[in-house]
Design a protein. Structure first.
Length: 715
């Protein structure tokens, strides 16, 4: 239960109601206070507290004030014995609850296996769902230990059913293909030892480029050779499937081979299922970035060439002036006698050669460069992409792009063959207006002939724009999937519930009116404050730009120097690892790091120590080797095991969320304000080890590293 309550919440959930007055008769003192607190806690949580500290101190004070009793008396309430049992029985009778029986637990286990575990596997979330279900059934929850045994038992039963049903759906050929992924490759004497197939499939795509794209396509083709059924894991959510996929990511090949057949093949199938979606997303990312790279590099190259040409021909103005002056002085003279003495024949030939571009404009030069870059290098990616990617669209407006893709597929094996006159080549919606002159009309004898290379580039540019806004999606992808799947599939049935969660009105008119009112209020405040704000000025440039002058630096507070000295005296030598450990003791963010294996055997104390050391080593970029020491439970191999089995990006994201929320909670709002808006500055790129979970490839900086932001809050 949360520890901080607003006054309105206390009144709503901890006030004694009139229909509860008869329960308080003939009770007084400690017994009365303890009974009311148990009743209100049970009404709010649907269970009884296990310990006294579970009841918030603010709630104890609020209830004690209603009963005109001192809050300290609650410490004298006996937590064990006949009195508390009698109180609990009365509360159950009043609320209509009953104690859980063995039959109830069996039904709850069946409910978990059939309904819940295919959607959720996290233990803490499952425990909340169990408590919610018991509250709906008006059953008092068993003890936490029994709840844990119940959930673990349901998980084991669900896994046995999943492993068995998955194996039945896999053909013999698919089973053979899955087993080949974890076999050691054959070593050829004198040649480099190749990576095992599974290790090659785990690798990241690397930097943007043609080779990275082609290597991802090879991975996708290898995964599709496994030939998993289309509906194999359609009943599982990605979050559940991720639990089994992580086991493959963290286990060695020998560990995978030692699993029983049902477990081994299910784990490998879950890995292939999700990895196939990730690789398709990677291919789309690389395709989008390559098309963008062709444009930007060609633009930079043409711009450089034009500037160089302008610098080279800067003396032509003087030459043209001399020729014009000589021609005007002797208008009836011969060129050889008048012009050549000023500008020789060789000089004029060089002048003509410098403009020997056929009179091309900047746009024509740019299109020529883009066409050349794509045609001579990047065009070889087109057949490979069209072979493995299935583009689709739900909007009829963009069907011409899909028709253009089909046309490219039809001619993919004949790269030099022109399109037949009978073919319908979509232009509208595919080729932009500035490219139509390049795509059409290159041949004077055949003005309707389509330049295939330029047309293919236009199709890729159109695909890039529509993929980014998901107007065109890719079959089998995750991030580039059908946008209709982004909404819950039961959205129509549970529309009111979802709108309530989003805190938005159901009626569109109400929604629009609310936005208009907010905009009107904001613009009114801006209009009223602008004339009196000496730091803001409206300029006449470009329709009225707004110029904001920097604020003067505020004087340093009187006590800030003393505060710095006091902090330096108390924590001058505080180690960063001590700060990390203290934060974990306060908010327990290490609870999110769960083993990817089927069970955990490490003690909580030893596991917490290893986790903190691993997080410290990776977060500071020191690495595991530099922080490992000679203690039995903190050596390199122990830390490496924890890094491999427990640390994941999902768990790290949850831990960061807990730390950020804890920082927000301890801020003094009466000093710093509510800080409802966060403003992040431009990030800075820091190189880091590949082992770091925050490491990513960044296009702008051309390398792997961590992006760090400095954030300030605006009240």
């Amino acid at each position: 239960m949360k520890r901080k309550w607003h006054p309105e919440e206390l009144i709503e959930h901890w006030s004694i109601q009139p229909d509860e007055a008869h329960l308080l008769a003939r009770r007084k003192g400690v017994t009365l206070l303890g009974f009311v607190l148990l009743l209100k806690f049970f009404q709010y949580e649907g269970r009884f507290p296990e310990q006294k500290y579970e009841i918030p101190r603010m709630a104890i004070t609020f209830v004690a004030e209603q009963l005109d009793l001192p809050p300290e008396q609650f410490q004298d309430y006996k937590w064990r014995g006949r009195v508390v049992k009698y109180h609990r029985a009365q509360i159950r009778q009043f609320t209509g609850f009953r104690q859980a029986t063995l039959s109830d637990q069996n039904q709850l286990r069946t409910w978990l296996v059939d309904t819940v575990l295919s959607q959720e596997q996290d233990y803490h979330h499952l425990k909340l769902k169990v408590y919610a279900q018991l509250r709906t059934l008006q059953i008092e929850p068993p003890t936490p230990a029994r709840i844990e045994r119940l959930i673990r038992s349901a998980q084991r039963r669900f896994e046995r059913q999943l492993f068995s049903s998955t194996l039945k759906q896999l053909s013999k050929q698919t089973q053979t293909e899955l087993d080949e992924l974890i076999q050691e490759p054959k070593v050829t004497p004198g040649k480099e030892i190749p990576d095992p197939p599974l290790s090659a499939l785990k690798k990241d795509p690397g930097p943007v480029g043609l080779n990275s794209l082609l290597s991802e396509i090879i991975k996708l083709q290898r995964l599709r050779q496994v030939a998993l059924p289309d509906t194999l894991f359609s009943h599982l959510t990605p979050r559940v499937l991720e639990c089994y996929r992580l086991r493959v990511e963290t286990e060695t090949l020998s560990e995978l081979r030692h699993h029983p057949k049902t477990i081994r093949l299910t784990l490998l199938a879950s890995f292939c299922w999700q990895r196939c979606q990730e690789i398709i997303d990677n291919i789309m990312d690389l395709l989008i970035q390559i098309v963008h790279r062709i444009d930007t590099r060609s633009k930079n190259k043409v711009t450089s060439e034009v500037i160089a040409k302008v610098k080279k021909t800067d003396s032509h103005t003087q030459l043209f002036y001399q020729v014009a002056t000589a021609a005007l002085a002797t208008p009836d003279g011969l060129v050889r006698n008048v012009i050549y003495p000023v500008a020789s024949e060789q000089t004029l030939e060089a002048f003509v050669d410098s403009y020997n571009d056929g009179g091309q404009t900047y746009r024509q030069l740019l299109h020529s460069r883009i066409r050349s870059s794509y045609g001579h290098h990047y065009r070889q990616m087109l057949p490979a992409v069209l072979e493995v990617i299935d583009f689709r669209c739900n909007n009829k407006q963009y069907q011409p792009i899909l028709q253009a893709v089909d046309l490219l597929k039809a001619y993919v094996d004949t790269p030099r063959k022109p399109y037949a006159s009978a073919d319908d080549v979509p232009i509208e919606g595919v080729v932009s207006a500035d490219w139509q002159e390049t795509v059409l009309g290159q041949d004077e004898d055949q003005p309707d002939k389509v330049d295939r290379i330029a047309y293919e580039m236009c199709v890729l540019r159109a695909l890039r724009e529509k993929l980014r806004c998901k107007e065109i999606w890719v079959a089998g992808a995750n991030r580039y999937r059908n946008p209709d799947l982004d909404l819950p599939q039961d959205f129509d049935e549970r529309r009111e519930e979802y709108y309530q969660d989003l805190q938005q009105p159901l009626e569109v008119e109400t929604f629009i009116a609310q936005i208009q009112a907010d905009m009107e209020n904001a613009l009114t405040r801006l209009n009223q404050g602008m004339p009196h704000n000496s730091k803001v000025e409206i300029l006449s440039k470009r329709g009225g730009r707004i110029k904001v002058s920097p604020l003067e630096a505020q004087p340093e507070p009187m006590n800030i120097h003393k505060l710095k000295e006091e902090i330096n005296q108390r924590w001058s030598l505080t180690h960063l690892l001590d700060v990390l450990k203290e934060a974990d003791f306060r908010i327990d963010f290490t609870q999110h790091f769960k083993s990817a294996a089927s069970r955990e055997i490490l003690s909580p104390q030893s596991l917490r120590k290893r986790l903190l050391l691993c997080i410290y080593g990776l977060g500071t970029n020191l690495g595991i080797k530099r922080i490992a020491h000679s203690e039995a439970d903190a050596g390199y191999f122990e830390l490496h095991y924890v890094r491999r089995k427990f640390l994941s990006k999902t768990a790290l994201s949850c831990a960061i969320t807990d730390v950020a929320n804890a920082i927000f909670r301890i801020r003094l709002s009466h000093i710093w304000g509510e800080a409802t808006t966060a403003c992040a500055s431009d990030s800075r790129h820091f190189e880091s080890w590949d082992q770091n979970l925050m490491t990513e490839w960044h296009v702008r900086y051309g390398g792997r590293g961590v992006m760090i932001y400095w954030v300030r809050f605006v009240g």
